[in-house]
Design a protein around this ligand. Structure first.
Ligand code: AKG
Ligand code: FE2
Length: 314
């Protein structure tokens, strides 16, 4: 059962209504879908692949295999022959980009290419938010406004460049442990050859099948709260693989730390407003992140409980 693939260009033509419905279905039933014809130039995608892979090869790969914690821990476990699995670590190399971080230095064209890419993806994220506003029946611009917070705050737009190197014992470690994403909207440009990303759907892990030139979209815990549970954040994980290095580039459109997150009033039934105290909480995103950092790989419900507790302190 492949996850939905949606032609985003059809949003501007006769098939707009059908496309809106496909996106609504992707958000409500899947939490993950793939966009093709999304408007990001293909030559830009090719350049992004190239600079990311080069950067990994030149600046990261040797360090991963010679010095990284997952490699050390896996070697120790193999020596112990205990048959255990590494539960607290990921077989992944990551570097994070945002407007304010230091960028990799040694790969020609990296910074220029990724700045261009991030600006395109941010626009795509904002278009998607408007589609979600419309599908949810909340005012146009609502999601963007909430994520951007008050008082000139800005949403956080980050990009995580990941490589999952080949692993000699993929049964003993995850590429990335199962989790739901903390934030708002996530846009993933994944490897079109090496697979490994899976989502939990109706109790089964299913592949997010690589589709060349597509952008995989998913929604995080904050959209679940804001949509009052209509758009659930979905568990996903990356399997380690014996062969091939998998590249994935995830961009996160997250709330600013001061943004207040709560179910949109339009989506809370009036008579349920009081009952809703037991539903999704209202909180400040920074508080949620303090909890998430500790509990990323655990179920989200206790995280919602924990921020409710913070929030209800006198
Ligand atoms: O690498 C991937 O495909 C997924 C990455 C991911 O889920 C994350 O960074 O939260
Ligand atoms: Fe994720």
């Amino acid at each position: 059962m492949p996850i939905p693939v949606i032609d985003f260009s059809k949003l501007n033509g006769e098939e707009r209504a059908a496309t809106m419905a496909q996106i609504a279905n992707g958000c409500e039933e899947w939490g993950f879908f793939q966009l093709v014809n999304h408007g990001i130039p293909l030559d830009l995608l090719r350049r992004v692949e190239k600079v990311s892979s080069t950067c990994y090869k030149v600046e990261r790969e040797q360090e991963f295999f010679e010095n990284s914690t997952p490699v050390k821990q896996l070697n120790e476990l193999v020596e112990r022959k205990s048959g255990e699995k590494l539960e607290n670590i990921d077989w992944e190399d990551v570097f994070l980009l945002s407007d304010d971080y230091e960028w990799p230095q040694k790969t020609p064209g990296f910074k220029e290419t990724m700045i261009e890419y991030r600006s395109e993806l941010k626009k795509l994220a904002e278009k998607l938010m408007e589609v979600m506003d419309e599908n949810l029946g909340i005012p146009k611009g609502y999601i963007k406004k909430v994520l951007n917070g008050k008082d000139g705050e800005k949403a956080f737009f980050g990009t995580k460049v990941s490589h999952y190197p080949p692993c000699p014992h993929p049964e003993m470690v995850n590429g990335l442990r199962a989790h739901t994403d903390a934030g708002g909207i996530i846009l993933l440009f994944q490897d079109d050859e090496v697979d490994g990303l899976e989502i939990l759907k109706d109790g089964k892990w299913i592949d997010v099948q690589p589709v060349p030139n597509s952008i995989v979209i998913n929604t995080g815990d904050q959209i679940e709260v804001l949509s009052n549970g209509r758009y659930k954040s979905v568990w996903h994980r990356v399997n380690a693989k014996l062969n091939g290095t998998r590249r994935s580039i995830a961009s996160f459109y997250n709330p600013s730390y001061n943004a207040t997150i709560a179910p949109a009033t339009e989506l809370v039934e009036k008579e349920n407003e009081e009952v809703n105290q037991l539903g999704y909480p209202k909180f400040v995103f920074g508080d949620y992140m303090s909890v998430y950092t500790e509990q990323k790989f655990l179920p989200k419900e206790p995280r919602f409980q924990a921020v409710r507790a913070v929030n209800s302190k006198p």
